[in-house]
Every structure is written in C-alpha cells, then in structure tokens.
Design a binder for this molecule. Sequence first.
Ligand code: GLA
Length: 380
Amino acid sequence: MKLSVPMVAFLLVSLLTVNAWSAQGKKSTMQKQAFGKTDDGQQMDLYTLTNAKGMEVAITNFGGTIVSIKVPDKNGNIADVLLGYDDVSGYQGGKAYFGATIGRYGNRIAKGKFTLDGKTYTLPQNDGVNTLHGGTKGFSQRVWTAKDVSSPAGQALQLTYLSKDGEEGFPGNLSVKVVFTLANTNELKIDYSATTDKDTVLNLTNHSYFNLSGKGEGDILGTELTLHASKFTPVDATLIPTGELRAVKGTPFDFTKSTAIGARINQDDEQLKLAGGYDHNWVLDAGKTVALHLAAQAYDPTSGRELEVLTTEPGIQFYTGNFLDGSIHGKGDKVYNKHAAFCLETQHFPDSPNHPKFPTTELKPGQRYHTMTVFKFLTK
Ligand code: GLA
C-alpha cells in the first residue's frame, strides 16, 4: 500500500499523541462516579484522573475538593496521601476544609471587616471574631460546574463557579475557574483564574492535608520540610498577622534547610504556643512570580515519598493539623489525631485587605486574577 503525505502526517501525529498519553504502556484516563447527595438533594460527582504511571487524583465538584491523591512509595506501593472523607456527607459543613478549594479569601480577615475604595465591607465571623476561609459558606461548601478539558498535557478537570455580588459579604460578581491537570510527570497542577465586575479582594488556595506515609497513618512529625522563605508573618492571639515580617533565622520557623517538622514544634516559643504548633504564613523569597517557583519540599524518610510545591504565590501557610483532635472519623473510619497531616496552602498573606504594606489582593474589573500551584510527587 502506498501512503500519501497527509496519511503519513496523520499517522505520525496519532503516534505522538498516543505516546504522550500512554508512556509506559498505560493510558491516562478520567472516570466519573457518584459521590453522594448534598443535604438539599443535589447529586455530586467524583472525577478520578489517572496518568500513564498509575498516579491517581480524585476530585469532587462539591467544594472543588481533592478527595484523594494516590502515589507510589520508594518500593512502588501506591497509597492515598490525603486526609478526607468517603463521600460528600463528610465534606458538608466540615470545619477542617480537607482538600477544598478555598475562597473568596483563603485564611483570615480580622474582625470580619475590610475597607475598599472608602467603603467598609462586613463578612461573617466564623472563626472567633475573624473571618476564615471565605466565611460561613465559602467556596469549599459550594457546588461547582465540572468539565473534562483533558489534552496531551494530561487529564484535566475544569471547575467553574459564579460567586454573586454580596455573597458572604464580598463585593462584585466573581467568575472563578480552577483547572486541575494531572501530568505523566506525577505533577498535579492547579490553575486558578477569576474576573469581577466590581472592585473586590480575592485569595484562592487549596487546603489539602498531606500525610506522605499514606492512609493517614501515624503523624507527620518525622516528615522533613524545606521552605524557601527567610521570613514569616508572626500572629496575634487570634492568628491575625501583626504586620511584621520577621526573620526565621535562629527560630523554630527556620526551614530554609530540610528539618523534621517535629524537631522544634514543642519548643517554648510564643508563636508556636499561640497556634498550638505551626499555623503561619511564610514569606516566600521568590515573591509573587509569573512563572512557577519552588516554594516547599516535604520528604517522608520512611516511605521515601517526596512532595514538591511550586507556585506563583508570594506566601505559603504551613499548618500542622493542630486542630485535629481525634473527633473526626475520615476515610475508612480512620480517626485523625493532632498532627496527622500537614497543609501547605499557597496564598497571599492573611488579612492583606487590612495591611496596605502586604502584596495586594485587590482585583478590579478588566483585570484577570491568575495564579498557579503544582504538587509534584517523587520518591527518593
Ligand atoms: C488553616 C488555618 C488554620 C485552620 C485550618 C482549618 O490552615 O490557618 O488555623 O483553621 O485552616 O482547620
């Protein structure tokens, strides 16, 4: 048989595509299954993205939540490294924010108030006197619209949500898009974008709780952490930044060199005591960037699993699950105790709308909010 030029070109393109989608002989896929109903009877879905290496990421449209991340250890054994629940009922009304997309404002806003263009906005106070993670019904409790946007770059799930003007007290109709892409390099990329029709403030993040030993076993105190940050933002008794950017050098907050999370967590340090462990924003040395920069590395010496966090954001909240107290029964009825997991929430600094010297979180009509974060998994 004689092959024409277009036929050869077609065959070549097909071969390349198949290769990109099925390195190592496996095929990357996306599957959809039922994930239970919300209290008001809406059926939620779970989308499972698999790459050619067998890494698996499951995301639900309830709260834009990453439900599980299954990755190999140094011996190739695959386990789920996220805390969470078996179905949507656990996530509803949950106070831990396991795996959720957080908005409109990740972290705290002091006393539920901020002023923008001379107008004071009042938000729900759902964390003592402060607003936490977008208020009483933030993005983690909303139903998102899902769409498969997979490409040769990987299986990709797009979630969109329209937050109406005045929702949880924030101004402007805000149109939000979050795209989760699982690449064959074992990288999960989260791409956030948003537009508004009125001046507003915005700080989106993901609240995954990682335990690299898998299945939420034990605690994370032996996990070795590096944070590419030489300063952090100390807090007051309600965990609101004082405004100071304090050097980490000589303090238990210095993770510029890989250090076990538990090595200094119980030291007699005012900041550690205020938070019951680590629950602070680190000021990333790279600042706010257009391209991704390496913000953090976490390595579990027992399993050999390593997580790298790359972001375009100027800050990262390192939280050691201080509020987990054994009262939550998660996946497979697992009890989650204090320090069962850590979070690395890429973000702008907490309470920025009340700190003019912090990098701005304002978004205006005509502008496009855009940030990216990557969770990359390796073994050593
Ligand atoms: C963030 C906060 C913590 C806590 C958790 C959720 O990490 O900084 O103080 O509220 O979310 O429990």
